[in-house]
Design a protein around this ligand. Structure first.
Ligand code: MG
Length: 203
């Protein structure tokens, strides 16, 4: 399986990082070795001084597809959850400024925290999903997928032009504003609506 992550998909987050609004979806991959599940702790790596949390809605692919049209894209995902796209912001800045790929900043072990998945039929209006991240009981990020620049159907269509989607692949759909640094002993809790999806610690 693979993890496909969309960058720069919420305007206020683009502004906080001082980047440009994309005209097409921007994506990158994480390997399966990046996954943390079942609320296991995230261990801060030695190679970065600035690991940022990015809370994101995540979608699970349920059907193999290539060159999927947007109008059929909803057949290709069956469940939604919450993830953290942990980012070594200091390394990312260095990669970007040198024009290099940014895997060392985005694809390292533990950089893809994944919650349980809930069947999409159980989540109500799929174009109005409210989600938030609490850091030590304070809300630090709050988003709604109605504010995404590129909706999931457009993302699936765009990505599948280049890369075949397979059953079990996961798409991270971008983070809203409020990203910030995590430290040892921090407690992170993530919600979609009022339902808790993530609850883990930084070690
Ligand atoms: Mg992200």
């Amino acid at each position: 399986m693979k993890i496909i992550c969309i960058g720069k998909n919420y305007l206020k987050h683009i502004q906080e990082l001082d980047r440009k609004r994309p005209t097409e979806p921007v994506f990158f991959l994480k390997p399966d070795s990046a996954i943390i599940q079942r609320n296991r702790p995230f261990f801060l790596p030695d190679f970065s001084e600035e690991i940022h949390h990015e809370v994101e809605l995540i979608y699970r692919i349920c059907k193999v597809g290539k060159c999927i049209q947007p109008k059929f894209a909803h057949h290709y995902y069956d469940a939604i959850g919450l993830g953290i796209d942990f980012t070594a912001r200091d390394l990312q800045r260095k990669c970007v400024s040198e024009g290099n790929p940014w895997e060392i900043a985005k694809a390292f072990d533990g950089s893809a925290v994944i919650s349980k998945f809930v069947p999409k039929e159980q989540l109500g209006d799929l174009n109005n999903l409210d989600f938030r991240l609490l850091l030590n009981d304070q809300c630090v990020q709050h988003g709604n997928n109605k504010d995404m620049i590129f909706r999931i159907d457009e993302i699936i269509s765009y990505v599948s032009q280049f890369i075949t989607l397979k059953i079990g692949d996961i798409i991270f759909t971008g983070t809203p504003e409020g990203v910030g640094k995590v430290a040892i002993e921090d407690h992170l809790q993530g919600f979609i609506g009022e339902e808790k999806f993530l609850d883990f610690k930084i070690k």
